[in-house]
Design a protein around this ligand. Structure first.
Ligand code: NAD
Ligand code: UDP
Length: 389
């Protein structure tokens, strides 16, 4: 374990051990952040979530020096009076709790809006009232669609980065109409960002807002029918992993033309660690955290994952590895999509000197190796089981 006295921040100042109240610690990002904080720093974690399966190895693991610095509280922040007390006990609050799978945005818009706005309100309020620093997880979806997507298809301006690079302090937030309920999530996240920003401006709240751009890696979401509901629709990494594990074609929504930049979770966690330990450089800022070098269309992602999965599993790729499906059939009424998401990295680079490292190929290779190791046997058993007639 790192010695507390040896740790210094980016300005050479000693970093004092702190107690972090991490809300949503049992999720994908939370599990990686807990692991990193416990293994590389002396900080303590009050881990709040309704689930803890993804951090069980830390809570009950053999390494007691890790386990004694994390305390799990099974709390639903919607209605639990213990929340304020736990915030008061900590030096820093990190809020990751959210409904954040696109399949929910248009089918459960009320739950989505409550989760991403209403349920986050007490967290902001308690931080503000008790002078606690807050790192709040927002999303790159607050940018919505690019300006370029409204230009004619053959316009040369579409090639101009000014029309698609997403900048924290300049880009507008462009959402679809109200009946496109997909934007319920982005809109709720935008409003909580504005509220936090206003708490900073009017009441002096010390805050940092993180806008993740498609962070992916092990433990993301669930594999339907194995460690999540059979009919559940997780985010694209788990959807495609599920299809590869079952040797079914990968479904390309509306032809898979949308573009994304994917970043390896371990690179992204490095950025969050810098925010945690450098408050003087991170407070008052909104940070894009993504990898602008890893851009692909969803179709290219599917092709790459098929090739890599064949390599890591030793099975031949399917003859027809993908199939097209309409968004209405896949997600239902009210779905809409972000066309392109490339983060501008100027602010995070200037404030924290951070850059992502891992290529898309490498991050998919290590993630699909994990998916194969974790799920292939369980899937084989499910497939072999005769279905009840
Ligand atoms: P996740 O779903 O794996 O984690 C969220 C966790 O919050 C879950 O463990 C869930 O049980 C918990 N939670 C939700 N509501 C709660 C409540 N009322 N009380 C207690 N716990 C609750 O998602 P993630 O990918 O780890 O995302 C974390 C945050 O980052 C979210 O705010 C999300 O909007 C944001 N984000 C993530 C990505 C990404 O690429 N993974 C992209 C954009 C934004
Ligand atoms: N997508 C797809 N097939 C799937 C799952 C998702 O084509 O099985 C597409 C989805 O329409 C979107 C992209 O993949 O264009 C990324 O989806 P994800 O769920 O990861 O979330 P988003 O990046 O939209 O927030």
């Amino acid at each position: 374990m790192a010695a507390a006295s040896a740790r210094v921040d980016l300005d050479g100042k000693p970093i004092k051990p702190m107690t972090i109240c991490m809300i949503g610690a049992g999720g994908f990002i939370g599990s990686h952040l807990c692991e990193k904080v416990l293994t590389e720093t002396p900080h303590k974690i009050l881990a709040l979530d309704v689930y803890n399966d993804k951090i069980k190895h830390l809570l009950e693991g053999e390494n007691t020096s890790l386990a004694e610095r994390i305390q799990f509280h099974r709390i639903n922040i919607k209605h639990d009076s213990r929340l304020e007390g736990l915030i008061k006990m900590s030096d820093l609050v990190i809020n990751l709790a959210a409904i954040c799978t696109p399949a929910d945005y248009n089918t459960r818009p009320l739950d989505t809006i409550y989760s991403n706005f209403i349920d986050a309100l007490p967290v902001v309020k308690y931080c503000s009232e008790n002078n606690k620093r807050l790192i709040h997880f927002s999303t790159c979806e607050v940018y919505g669609k690019t300006i370029g997507s409204f230009l004619p298809k053959d316009s040369p301006l579409r090639e101009d980065p000014a029309y698609y690079i997403l900048k924290e302090d300049e880009s507008p937030c462009i959402f679809g109409s109200i009946e496109k309920q997909r934007w319920s999530y982005a809109c709720a996240k935008q409003l909580i960002e504005r509220l936090i920003y206003a708490e900073g401006a009017e009441n002096g709240l010390e805050f940092t807002i993180v806008r993740p751009f498609n962070w992916i890696g092990p433990r993301m979401d669930f594999i339907p029918g194995i460690d999540g509901p059979s009919e559940g629709v997780p985010r694209v990494l788990a959807c495609f992993s599920n299809a590869l594990l079952r040797r079914e074609p990968l479904k390309l929504v509306d032809g898979g033309q949308s573009q994304r930049t994917f970043i390896y979770i371990k690179d992204a966690i490095e950025a969050v660690m810098l925010m945690i330990e450098n408050p003087a450089r991170a407070n008052g800022h909104i940070f894009n955290v993504g990898n602008p070098n890893n851009e692909v269309t969803v179709r290219q992602l599917a092709e790459m994952m098929s090739e890599i999965y064949a390599k890591v599993s030793g099975d031949q790729a399917l003859q027809s590895p993908t199939v097209d499906i309409s968004s209405k059939e896949f997600y239902g009424e009210g779905y809409d999509d972000s066309d392109k998401r490339i983060p501008d990295m100027t602010i995070i680079n200037r404030q924290l000197g951070w850059n992502p490292k891992t290529s898309l190929w490498d991050l998919l290779e290590s993630t699909l190796t994990y998916q194969h190791r974790t799920y292939a046997e369980a899937i084989k058993k499910v497939i072999a089981k005769p279905t009840a007639s």
